[in-house]
Ligand binder design. Sequence first.
Ligand SMILES: Nc1ncnc2c1ncn2[C@@H]1O[C@H](COP(=O)(O)OP(=O)(O)OP(=O)(O)O)[C@@H](O)[C@H]1O
Length: 367
Amino acid sequence: MESKLRDLEEREKKIYKNIMELKGTIRVFCRVRPLLLVDGVGTEGTIISYPTSMEARHRGIDLVQSGQKHSFTFDRVFDDKALQKDVFEEISDLVRNALDGHKVCIFAYGQTGSGKTYTMMGGPKPEDKGLIPHSLEHIFKTSHESEKLGWEYKMQASMLEIYNETIRDLLSTNPSYALDMFWSRGKGHVSAITTVDVCNIEEILSLLQQATRNRFVGSTKMNERSSRSHFVFSLKIFGENKINEQQVQGVLNVIDLAGSQRVSSTLAIGDRLKETQAINRSLSALAAVISALAKKKKHVPYRNSKLTYILEPYLSGDSKVLMFVNISPNPSSGGESLCSLRFAAKVNACEIGIPRVRVDNRRIFYL
Ligand SMILES: Nc1ncnc2c1ncn2[C@@H]1O[C@H](COP(=O)(O)OP(=O)(O)OP(=O)(O)O)[C@@H](O)[C@H]1O
């Protein structure tokens, strides 16, 4: 019975995913982190529960705030017991799409300390490995396996952060140097960003370590090692099949957003206050873009922040986009969690176009 149920769930998940792709919506996965020692005393009560009905299983989340229950449904909900490998398993197909010639964008949104960096980068133990290193291993392994079918791949990596509305090149020998953005062919581009050819997993993991060392990290009341910037990881993939002369161009973009937080709850002053205000401004710009997309407005205000400039090609076209909304189970964060879940529900309703690649004898182009 159990294995039949699992098969049924798998089939249902695939059908649901196909429907969502046909609708061209942004998919949303929600992840709740476990309660931690830093959550302190007084956190015994739980404000989060998961509906058990067949339709809402693994997709629903309920949050109680000020005595009222708020229910949400997403493409997938991971509770506080989900392991990194369980989460990766759910996105491995999406990551593989980048090798097939799709533009893939995965980003993590949530309040500070809710587990975005843990989900994306992971922790020091092998079992804590995050989605970025997992995805890269998967991409290199799959590209080697495809060699038997005539495929040869070239990959180029770049990594940047947006800190206080300035763009810093995390792979540069001088990462404190601010990069410019320019507008060309209707899109925002980052000028002179370091782009490194990568041939194997070791090379890219070492670049990832370099970028992590260069990333701006500070301590806030809510998180001892808080990422105070938006981190953008980008892997361009060029594939050529020597047997049938097909060519593909895909990209995997992974973005670890800086944590949203009300200024009052962080007790921020000085530089930390300036950072928090810059983070909130750019996240508000993202919310405005999402709101315009959801209402199918003609004008979408992509140019109001560097973050939305960079996200524009993914939010305005035929990309496969997945957002993680990370949630803290701490009852004192209930208000912030409710805001994050409401934002995520809005994102989930956005239609951005049907992800597709065009194939002809010699090439596959983005539509
Ligand atoms: N699923 C999880 N399992 C175990 N520990 C977790 C999990 N998620 C987060 N943590 C821990 O919670 C703490 C905060 O997580 P993390 O730094 O990833 O938050 P964040 O959302 O990236 O915060 P910020 O926006 O401030 O950078 C870290 O110590 C991290 O190791």
